[in-house]
Design a protein around this ligand. Structure first.
Ligand code: NAP
Length: 456
C-alpha cells in the first residue's frame, strides 16, 4: 500500500511516505500500552492543558494546515480552513467538558449504595478516511485522549501528510509519546493490531466494505467497535417550506466538499407541485458553480480526491443512466487536468435502478417527486442507509414529527447537514453503529465500572 500525496488539482505526485515495519508496530503497541497504564494513575485534568494547546496550535497555524489538507485531497482551501478551526473547537470542547462528563454516576437501588466510574479501557485502533483529513481524526482522538485511551492511527493512504502533521501537532503540544501514533501500514498490519491483546477497541470511518472488514476482525477478537459509514441522506422539502431557504441551502447541501461528505444531501425529495421549480433552482445553481484551483478563494467546487474517485463516480452515473435515469444537468467532461466531476442532476430513478440504494460520493444530486409527506417518509426510509437527513418546513412541530419517522441517526430541521463538537454524530443500518462527538462520543470506549455496596 503506497502512502502518497497526489495533488487532485493537477494529478502531480507531491510526496511519498515510507511504510512502517512490523517492528515499528510492535514498538508502538508497547509504548501505547505503557502509557495507558501510566494514565490510569493520573487525573484527567493533567491532560486538559495539552488538548487546549492542540486547539491553540490549530488556530495559530490554520492557513498552513489548510494548504496541507487541500494538497492531500483537493478540497477548497476555505473548506480546509473551516475544518481546522472546527477541530480546534472539538479539542477545546473535550478539554473543557471531559472532567465533568467523566465523573462517577451515582445509582439508585433499594439494595444498597452504588455508582459507576467511567474508566479508560486501553489502546484504540483508529482507521480514518480522507474526506475530512483532520476532523475525522479529531473526532476520536480528543475524547479518547481525555479518557486516557492512547490511540494508534491508520489514515487513508491518499492523505498521508495530513495524518503525519496532525500527529506532530499533538506531540508538539506536549502529549506523551504513544498518545497518538500515526502509522503508514497495510491492512494485514491493521488486522494484527486489532487482534493484539493490548488493544481494547477499534473505530473506523469509511465505506461499508472497509467497515465490514474491520468489524469482522474486531468480532473475531471480541473488540468493541464503532463504525461511521456511508449515507444516502434525504433532503425532504415539506409543503410549507420556506423557498428562500431552500434556494439558499439545497445546492450547497450537495456540493460542499465536492459532494464527498457522508451526510451530504444525496436524495432531494420534493412535492410534485414544486418539483419543476426545485429542478430549476438546482440547475441554475449548479450551472453557476466555478470549478478550478482549490487554493483560489473564488472556486466553489473542488476536484474529487483521486482518479479512482472520479472514475468510480462516472461508472455509477453511467449505470444509473443505463437503468433509466434522466440527466437533467451535467455529466459532461470537465476541461481541467485534475480529478474534476461536473455537478450533475439525475431524475427518474426507480427503485429497481441499482443506484437507488447506492451512495454516490461526489457532486451528483438525485431528485424525487412525491405526492405527499407520507410518501416522502416512505421514500426516505427505502434505503439501506440511515445516517442523516434534512427536513425543510415552517411548522417546526410537524417537521420534527416527520423527522422522528425517518430511520436515521441525525435529523437537521431547516438546515443543511452540519456537525458541532457537542452534538453526537452517527447512524444506523448500513451507516454504522456507535456515536462520535458530544458526551456519547466521549463514552464510546469507556469502561462503566460498577462499584456497589449492598445493605447489610
Ligand atoms: P474506505 O475505503 O473504507 O477507507 C477508509 C479507511 O479505511 C482508509 O484509511 C482505508 O485505508 C481503510 N481501510 C479500508 N479497508 C480496510 C481494511 N480491510 N483493513 C484496514 N483498513 C482499511 O472508505 P473511503 O472510500 O476512503 O471513504 C469514504 C466513505 O467514508 C464514504 O462511504 C463515506 O460516506 C464514509 N464516511 C462516513 C462518515 C461518517 O461519519 N459516517 C464520515 C466520513 C466518511 P486505505 O486508504 O489505505 O485504503
Amino acid at each position: 500500500m503506497a502512502y502518497q500525496t497526489i495533488y487532485p488539482y493537477t494529478g502531480e505526485l507531491l510526496e511519498t511516505f515510507e511504510n512502517h515495519t512490523d517492528q515499528d508496530v510492535e514498538a508502538t503497541l508497547t509504548t501505547a500500552h505503557n502509557l495507558y497504564k501510566q494514565w490510569r494513575n493520573e487525573p484527567i485534568s493533567s491532560r486538559r492543558p495539552i488538548l487546549q494547546k492542540v486547539a491553540d496550535s490549530l488556530r495559530e497555524n490554520a492557513d498552513e494546515l489548510a494548504s496541507i489538507i487541500t494538497h492531500d485531497m483537493g478540497k477548497l482551501v476555505k473548506e480546509s480552513k473551516g475544518e481546522v478551526l472546527l477541530c480546534a473547537d472539538i479539542a477545546e470542547y473535550y478539554a473543557n467538558e471531559s472532567e465533568s462528563l467523566l465523573k462517577p454516576v451515582p445509582l439508585e437501588s433499594p439494595a444498597g449504595e452504588g455508582y459507576y466510574a467511567k474508566q479508560s479501557t486501553g489502546v484504540i485502533m483508529a482507521v480514518e478516511p480522507w474526506n475530512f483529513p483532520f476532523y475525522q481524526i479529531m473526532r476520536v482522538f480528543a475524547p479518547n485522549f481525555m479518557v486516557g485511551n492512547p490511540m494508534i492511527l491508520k489514515d487513508a493512504s491518499v492523505c498521508p501528510k495530513s495524518a503525519k502533521v496532525f500527529a506532530d501537532i499533538v506531540k508538539e503540544a506536549g502529549a506523551p509519546e504513544g498518545s497518538l501514533t500515526n502509522l503508514f501500514i497495510n491492512y494485514q498490519q491493521v488486522a494484527d493490531i486489532i487482534a493484539d491483546k493490548r488493544v481494547s477497541g477499534v473505530c473506523l470511518t469509511g465505506s461499508e466494505r472497509g467497515g465490514a472488514a474491520i468489524a469482522k476482525t474486531a468480532g473475531e477478537n471480541l473488540k468493541k467497535t464503532t463504525l461511521e459509514l456511508g449515507g444516502n441522506d434525504a433532503f425532504i422539502i415539506l409543503d410549507d417550506a420556506d423557498w428562500d431557504l431552500v434556494k439558499e441551502i439545497a445546492p450547497q447541501a450537495r456540493l460542499d466538499n465536492a459532494g464527498q461528505v457522508c451526510t451530504s444531501s444525496k436524495r432531494f425529495i420534493v412535492m410534485e407541485d414544486k418539483y419543476e421549480e426545485f429542478l430549476e433552482i438546482l440547475k441554475e445553481s449548479f450551472a453557476n458553480q466555478v470549478l478550478g484551483d482549490p487554493m483560489d478563494e473564488n472556486t466553489t467546487v473542488a476536484p474529487l480526491s483521486s482518479k479512482s474517485a472520479q472514475t468510480g463516480l462516472q461508472k455509477q452515473v453511467q449505470m444509473a443512466i443505463d437503468h433509466g435515469a434522466t440527466v437533467v444537468y451535467g455529466n459532461e467532461p470537465v476541461d481541467q487536468p485534475g480529478f474534476f466531476f461536473m455537478p450533475t442532476i439525475l431524475t427518474d430513478i426507480t427503485p429497481d435502478n441499482p443506484i437507488f440504494d447506492q451512495e454516490m460520493f461526489g457532486p451528483v444530486a438525485t431528485v424525487y417527486k412525491v405526492k405527499n409527506t407520507q410518501e416522502a417518509i416512505e421514500l426516505a426510509n427505502n434505503s439501506s442507509y440511515g445516517l442523516g437527513n434534512s427536513i425543510i418546513g415552517q411548522d417546526l412541530e410537524e417537521a420534527q414529527k416527520v423527522a422522528l419517522q425517518i430511520e436515521t441517526g441525525m435529523s437537521w430541521i431547516n438546515s443543511a447537514w452540519g456537525t458541532l463538537p457537542e452534538l453526537p454524530f452517527g447512524g444506523i443500518k448500513n451507516s454504522g453503529f456507535g456515536r462520535e462527538l458530544g458526551e456519547l462520543g466521549l463514552n464510546a470506549f469507556v469502561n462503566e465500572h460498577l462499584v456497589f455496596v449492598p445493605k447489610k
